[in-house]
Design a protein around this ligand. Structure first.
Ligand code: GLU
Length: 300
């Protein structure tokens, strides 16, 4: 096993030195959901003082990262090859590399929205990268590094549907979203449709299937997720394009692990400053044509 012997202060310095060594290897440009995109240089001799999670990762000589598997452009698992791709996956891999773990030492574990807090608190994953909105309710149980992206809640509808034009046109419509997500909470809190018209699944791709078979009329979640589905079936689906919330995406990690949170915030900050973030975005989500910039990390 590699010896990681530098203090956290040096880890940050090490990041400054190594992050510029990444090789840009953009994948084919046939659309979102395809990758991989960029390979970061793996840091050596990393040590994070006072991080129980990092100690566990070092002991196991691997990092277990919770992700999504049905969100093209963000977190997507190819059913044939089993390969994961997307912007969240690239962020997850960058963090692993800068913590000293090469790709062969990464185990991706699919965890749906409703299972995230439990997976983190039980130690089933070392950290989680999967369209995970930072909010106070979740912060009571876990911690977040980031944000590394800001999305907004939007609507996906059938392309020929002219009756749904925004969040205030959903009354009487069947609206589908995911258990344990912020968008389904908003549908309930703001009574955007009647309780009996809310349809709930574990994953958004199940909602999209029901939209295509006309069993629901709209799917609601973050615009970044919905654009990935629309890009897969542009003749049948469209995103309304009027976001009605702010969803800052964080990296979920154990509540008491400030040392790991600081280290990941350093990695994200560096990736923003040296252009790595932009490269990762451009080669994944950015392929859909939407421009974006890295947000500032929040040192709460
Ligand atoms: N970002 C929202 C959330 O964390 C919706 C996407 C998701 O379910 O992952 O709840």
């Amino acid at each position: 096993m590699r010896v990681r012997s530098l203090a956290i202060g040096l880890l940050v310095g090490g990041l400054a030195l190594t992050a510029c060594g990444k090789e840009g290897t953009p994948a084919g440009d046939s659309g979102v959901g395809e990758g991989p995109s960029t390979t970061a240089e793996v840091a050596t001799d990393v040590k994070i003082e006072g991080s129980p999670t990092f100690d566990r990762m070092t002991q196991n000589d691997k990092v277990v990262i919770g992700v999504k598997e049905d969100q093209p452009g963000l977190g997507y698992k190819d059913p044939t090859t089993g390969e994961y791709s997307g912007f969240d996956i690239e962020i997850a891999k960058l963090i692993a590399a800068k913590l000293g773990f090469e790709e062969s030492k990464i185990e991706f574990k699919t965890v749906q929205s409703a299972g995230r807090e439990a997976a983190i608190t039980n130690g089933d994953v070392d950290y989680y990268v999967g369209t995970y909105t930072i909010n106070d309710k979740r912060k009571a149980q876990i911690s977040f590094a980031g944000p590394y992206f800001v999305a907004g809640q939007d609507l996906l509808v059938r392309k020929d549907d002219t009756s749904i034009t925004g969040k205030d046109t959903l009354k009487g419509k069947k609206v589908c979203s995911v258990t344990g997500s912020t968008p389904i909470q908003k549908v309930r809190d703001e009574a955007l449709t009647e309780p009996e018209n809310i349809v709930e699944f574990q994953g958004y791709s199940q909602c999209v299937d029901k939209l295509l078979t006309k069993e629901v009329d709209a799917v609601t979640t973050d615009d970044a997720i919905l654009k990935g589905y629309a890009a897969q079936d542009p003749d049948a689906l469209k995103v309304i394009g009027k976001p009605f919330s702010e969803e800052p995406y964080g990296v979920g990690l154990a509540h008491d692990d400030k040392a790991l949170r600081d280290a990941i915030n350093d990695i994200l900050e560096k990736a923003k400053d040296d252009g790595t973030w932009q490269d990762l975005y451009d080669s994944t989500l950015g392929k859909s044509g939407s421009k974006s910039e890295a947000p500032d990390v929040d040192r709460y």
